[in-house]
Design a protein around this ligand. Structure first.
Ligand SMILES: C[S@@+](CC[C@H](N)C(=O)[O-])C[C@H]1O[C@@H](n2cnc3c(N)ncnc32)[C@H](O)[C@@H]1O
Length: 228
C-alpha cells in the first residue's frame, strides 16, 4: 500500500471524531482510544451531547457535504459514512481543524447501517455520487436499490428526507423508478441542475467527485424523496 494512504488510514484511527467498524462481520464500533462503543440509538447523546436532528452523508468519500452542511447548520448534527478510512481522513481532519463539534465520521459498510443506527434515529440522508454499478447483475449493490431503501426506512424518522445527487443518468433514472415503485413521495426531480439557477443553496455544495465530473463536462442530477 502507498505510504500516503497508509498514513491516512493509521491517522484516522486516532481522530476523536471517527468511529470505525473494524470487522465488517461484527456489529461493533471502536473509538480513537480503541474502546468498543455501542452508539446505536445514542449518537446524539454520547457523541454530540445534545438532541439536535441528525443527518447522514452516505458514501461520503472526503465528507464534503458533511463538513459544509455542518458549518451552515450548527444546530444540526452530521455523520459522514464511508468504508474507506483514507477518504474519511480528509473530512475528519478538516472538521477537527475547524473545531466542528457537530461532525463525526463512521467507517462502516452501508449494508450494515441498521447495526449502528436505531429506528427513528436519523432525520435526513444525503447520498452523493455513489458508484453506479451499471451492470444489471450488480443492481442490488446500488445504494438506492430496494434493500437499501428498506434499511434507510428502518433508521429514519417518518419525516426524513433523502437527497440524492449523481452524474450518472441511468442510475438517476433507476433511483427515480425505485422511489416511485416503492410508493415513496418524490419531492423534487431535476436533471442537469446547473442548466438553471439553483433553487436552494445546498445544491451548490460540490464534492470531490462532483468537481471532477464537472471538469469532464458531465451534467449533475438531483432528486429528493421522503420515507413516510
Ligand atoms: C464515487 S465515490 C463518491 C465519494 C463522495 N460522495 C464524492 O462525491 O466525492 C463513492 C464512495 O462510496 C464508498 N462506498 C462504496 N460502497 C460503499 C458501501 N457499501 N459502504 C460504504 N461506503 C461505500 C466508496 O468508498 C467511495 O468513497
Amino acid at each position: 500500500m502507498a505510504k500516503a494512504k497508509m498514513f491516512k488510514i493509521n491517522s484516522v484511527a486516532t481522530f476523536p471524531n471517527v468511529f470505525q467498524n473494524p470487522h465488517f462481520t461484527q456489529p461493533s464500533l471502536i473509538n480513537s482510544a480503541g474502546e468498543e462503543m455501542d452508539l446505536k440509538g445514542v449518537w446524539n447523546e454520547k457523541v454530540f451531547g445534545n438532541r439536535h436532528p441528525l443527518t447522514l452523508e452516505l458514501a461520503c468519500g472526503k465528507g464534503d457535504y458533511t463538513v459544509a452542511l455542518a458549518a451552515k447548520y450548527p444546530e444540526r448534527n452530521f455523520i459522514g459514512i464511508d468504508v474507506k478510512g483514507a477518504r474519511l481522513f480528509t473530512g475528519a481532519k478538516k472538521a477537527l481543524e475547524a473545531n466542528q463539534k457537530n461532525v463525526a465520521f463512521g467507517r462502516m459498510r452501508i449494508e450494515n447501517i441498521t447495526n449502528f443506527f436505531a429506528p427513528g434515529e436519523v432525520d435526513e440522508i444525503w447520498i452523493t455520487f455513489p458508484d453506479p454499478f451499471p451492470r444489471k447483475g450488480d443492481a442490488k449493490r446500488r445504494l438506492t436499490a430496494p434493500s437499501f431503501l428498506q434499511r434507510y426506512r428502518q433508521i429514519c424518522t417518518p419525516q426524513a428526507t433523502i437527497h440524492f445527487k449523481t452524474d450518472d443518468l441511468p442510475l438517476f433514472h433507476y433511483t427515480r423508478d425505485m422511489v416511485v415503485e416503492a410508493g415513496l413521495p418524490l419531492q423534487y426531480y431535476r436533471e442537469d441542475i446547473y442548466a438553471a439557477p439553483l433553487e436552494f443553496e445546498e445544491l451548490g455544495i460540490q464534492t470531490y467527485y462532483e468537481k471532477s465530473h464537472l471538469a469532464n463536462g458531465r451534467k449533475i442530477n438531483y432528486l429528493k424523496f421522503s420515507l413516510p
